[in-house]
Design a protein around this ligand. Structure first.
Ligand SMILES: [Zn+2]
Length: 184
């Protein structure tokens, strides 16, 4: 069970990374507040199985990359950000699959870990953001006045308003309901 209230409603790993800075509309709440948090996020995002010691040198870089991804995927496109995104994408490293033999000499696949798993994982997030950018999928920001979470809108009518119905949608409905009854 994770200690931190990670949210995985972004629809893509790069958007989930952006959402590790919470409450963007009302000041900021940093969830990647130490190396342990970054390592936990990378593990839960299934991008890298690493500990805090491995994540530590990348903490500032991960936060910087997150903000680059946020600007670019919202359509705030600057050369410097695109260059940074491409540089990170180039660090994604996927060693080719190898074969190993079991005790009974049956071949099984073995995928070696990349040399630098954290850099490779952040590279994967950058690659994901580039894919999102080039697909020009509908990236939206939660309609709540306080939330600010980003998500990819895959609803059939492209009219999803909330990061999640359970979190912000129902709260907004309750507020409307309350306001209606107060005035009558
Ligand atoms: Zn929300």
């Amino acid at each position: 069970m994770a200690k931190r209230d990670w949210i995985w409603d972004g629809g893509r790993p790069s958007v989930d990374l952006v959402n590790t800075l919470r409450d963007r509309k009302t000041g900021h709440r940093e969830l990647l507040d130490d190396a342990d948090a970054l390592a936990e996020w990378l593990r839960l995002a299934e991008l890298a199985d690493v500990g805090a010691a491995q994540a530590e040198p990348y903490l500032d870089a991960a936060r910087d990359l997150r903000e680059v991804i946020d600007r670019v995927t919202r359509g705030d496109l600057a050369e410097a950000d695109v260059t940074a995104l491409n540089a990170w994408a180039a660090r994604q490293h996927r060693p080719p699959v190898q074969v190993r033999l079991t005790e009974r000499r049956e071949p099984v696949a073995h995928v070696p870990a990349p040399d630098d798993p954290v850099a490779s994982a952040l590279g994967a997030a950058a690659v994901d953001a580039i894919t999102l950018l080039l697909e020009s999928s509908a990236l939206r920001i939660c309609a709540s006045e306080t939330c600010g979470l980003r998500f990819v809108d895959r609803s059939p009518a492209r009219n999803r308003q909330w990061c999640s119905m359970a979190r912000c949608g129902n709260r907004a409905k309750a507020r409307q309901h309350y306001a209606r009854h107060k005035t009558t």
